[in-house]
Design a protein around this ligand. Structure first.
Ligand code: ARG
Length: 253
């Protein structure tokens, strides 16, 4: 009888430790959702996704003691991936907005973004004001559901001042601009610079459309967020975040 109990106990202990191990290895991965057509925040280098967001998130995950994987998807799908548990958080040069705060929580902000306007070099659009001019009717390319899309929709389309063409990512919007299908593209400044550098005949207008804060989004009340924030704050304070940004966006001297 004793032997049977001992055996049963040993098996129970084995089972427990195997399942604890499985749980631990499962838990030890942080999954980040992004849209990797947004250089220098996230983009492909060969088959690997690199960029500012990827490096900051990897540094946070490492210091939190987690492994780290990146899931690429349309920008439009990130918030639902986070809310369905497909990803632990989203990081995609994502702007903190009132509307998004209704469906997700945001981490501390780690960077600033500016919405700018890309035009063809010979464009007659010379400033953001031209988009707002009475009787204006430009065709504007944006990335679906980004802040560029939202502002242009509210400010211009809803007031009968523009037609908005929405693309699944920034690259496709820029290709449409090159092909003459849209008159301009409203997008974040750093990807705008990368797109203009990679494509001839385009330029960025000097005037800015909007200034915003980037942060990582989490499912509401996700218990990982306080720890993520604590570590992110440490990495901001010790200069790690600045060094990562400087690596991708060298300050001109
Ligand atoms: N900052 C803008 C927004 O939050 C655009 C972000 C697009 N990011 C991306 N990885 N495609 O709406």
């Amino acid at each position: 009888m004793k032997k049977i109990i001992a055996l049963a106990l040993a098996m129970l202990m084995l089972l427990c430790s195997v399942s604890a191990l499985a749980e631990e290895t499962q838990k030890k991965v942080l999954v980040m959702a992004t849209n990797a057509s947004f250089p220098p925040y996230e983009y492909y280098e060969g088959t690997e996704i690199v960029g500012i967001d990827v490096e900051i998130a990897a540094a946070v995950a490492e210091r939190m003691g987690y492994d780290f994987v990146v899931l690429d998807m349309e920008f439009d799908a990130i918030i639902s991936a986070v809310n369905s548990g497909k990803a632990d958080f989203g990081m995609a040069g994502m702007t903190v907005t009132e509307e998004r705060l209704l469906s997700v929580d945001f981490s501390h902000s780690y960077a600033t973004g500016v919405q700018v306007v890309i035009v063809r070099e010979d464009s007659d659009i010379t400033s953001v004001d031209d988009l707002f001019a009475e009787g204006a009717m430009h065709v504007i390319g944006v990335q679906l559901t980004t802040t560029g899309d939202l502002y242009c929709t509210w400010d211009l389309e809803d007031n009968g001042l523009a037609v908005i063409n929405r693309y699944p990512n920034g690259n496709e919007a820029v290709m449409a601009l090159k092909a003459g299908k849209v008159d301009c593209v409203v997008i974040d400044n750093e990807p705008a610079k990368a797109y203009v550098a990679a494509n001839e005949g385009l330029k960025i207008l000097d005037t800015e459309y909007a200034i915003e804060d980037y942060a990582a989004c989490f499912k509401k009340d996700n218990p990982l967020l306080p720890e993520f924030n604590r570590v992110l704050q440490e990495l901001i304070e010790d200069g790690t975040v600045a060094a990562i940004i400087e690596k991708y966006i060298p300050t001109e001297e």
